[in-house]
Design a protein around this ligand. Structure first.
Ligand code: SF4
Ligand code: SF4
Length: 378
């Protein structure tokens, strides 16, 4: 984006779109623009997270560069999405760090990795890192259970609290005056849109990811990444139940529920994240924003490393490489949880909030049109 003030650029472009509306039907952004002539920061913050950068309106736009109007809606929204994250992070001081550096995520992961290695070495010895140990409880001889559970639980609780509060702050910005009954009525449609990733269909044909014809690759890869993340989390929860309820310590046999969930989750998350990285690498840079690309790439690399290191632990757990691989995997997992509240992970709850507001607006439009239609009936 070249404009000095992205908010002014958004207003300029959105006014053109509002008068044109050629792209109506591509995504929920256009019904949100329709009929509006002025756009507040709240409107723009909402619309920027409704846009998922499918680039459909960039390819279809008759006013895109080299036209003098130079409409570039995906890039405009990409820049404003960054601002919507920074403006609503919790605690608010995180927003300053987020604006100041794109290295916050890698730095956090590196710190978590250092702390994990320091703990492993302080509880055992350097030799332990390179000794084969496949007996029950081997993982906890590397890092005792209280330290492992404390770091995992602490960083995960931090992520849940910080992301929930940031999302509530964002919701207050984009949905002032919305009632609980409106939320409840809109919830089924919003949940269906969120779970099926319906709008990644780009109005039907899919996303223009790499200059190739539109396809559903991005939608499928998103499903794989998110599904793998959920399965990997389930694997950890089932493993905790084995430990506490059945009194059996990891590592668990191949074929056991935690291992199978971890295996399928690790493979799907890694394949999804690597596939999305491939799409990022080949993406057309003009309808995107450099800051957002950096955020995407950092998060996808982290997810791919977490998935791949988990699979490596599973594959080599009875060899001398187990200690090093387990320490690396745990450091990456703790780093992922710690960095989630200021990473691209915010995209998920912010987009979910924007889709809920879009479903509420859809219900409002339907209820105002119904009496008008009844009045038209002779
Ligand atoms: S993106 Fe271009 S073609 Fe589409 S509505 Fe806006 S101005 Fe019209
Ligand atoms: S890039 Fe796609 S999602 Fe974003 S406004 Fe354009 S059509 Fe909608």
């Amino acid at each position: 984006m070249s404009a000095a003030d992205p908010m002014l650029e958004a207003e300029r472009v959105l006014r053109i779109c509002s008068a044109c509306m050629y792209c109506d039907g591509l995504c929920p952004v256009f019904p949100a623009i329709d009929g509006k002539h002025g756009f507040s920061l709240s409107d723009v913050s909402y619309m920027s997270n409704l846009c998922h950068n499918c680039q459909g309106c960039w390819h279809d736009c008759q006013y895109a560069p080299p036209h003098p109007f130079a409409v570039n809606l995906p890039a405009t929204f990409a820049e404003l999405r960054q601002r919507s994250y920074a403006d609503h992070l919790w605690p608010p001081t995180l927003g300053r760090a987020f604006r100041a550096s794109s290295l916050a995520v890698p730095a956090t992961v590196a710190l978590a990795q250092l702390i994990t290695f320091a703990l492993v070495l302080s509880t055992g010895s350097t030799e332990m890192l390179f000794a084969a140990d496949a007996r029950e409880g081997a993982f906890y001889r590397m890092l005792p259970w209280p330290a492992m559970a404390g770091l995992a639980g602490g960083t995960f609780a931090w992520a849940v609290i910080a992301i929930t509060l940031a999302t509530l702050r964002y919701w207050r910005t984009i949905a002032p005056g919305v009632t609980i009954s409106e939320i409840m009525r809109a919830l089924p449609v919003a949940l269906s849109d969120i779970i099926t990733l319906r709008h990644l269909g780009g109005g039907g044909p899919g996303c223009h990811d790499d200059g190739a014809p539109p396809s559903h690759r991005r939608r499928i890869l998103h499903h794989l990444t998110a599904g793998g993340f959920v399965l990997s989390g389930l694997s950890t929860m089932v493993a905790a139940a084995y430990h506490h309820l059945l009194g059996v310590a990891a590592p668990y046999p191949v074929g056991s529920l935690p291992v199978m969930l971890g295996l399928v989750g690790g493979v799907t998350m890694t394949v999804g994240a690597v596939g999305l990285l491939g799409l990022e690498a080949r993406a057309d840079r003009e309808p995107s924003d450099r800051g957002e690309t950096r955020l995407n790439v950092a998060f996808l690399i982290l997810l791919a490393l977490v998935g791949a290191s988990g699979l490596a632990v599973l594959g080599f757990r009875s060899t001398p490489a187990m200690g090093l691989l387990l320490s690396t995997h745990l450091g990456l997992v703790f780093g992922l949880f710690a960095a989630l509240p200021f990473s691209k992970a915010l995209h998920a709850p912010f987009r979910a909030a924007a889709l809920l507001r879009a479903a509420i607006d859809g219900n409002r439009r339907a209820s105002t049109q119904a009496p008008e239609a009844a009045g038209d009936t002779p």
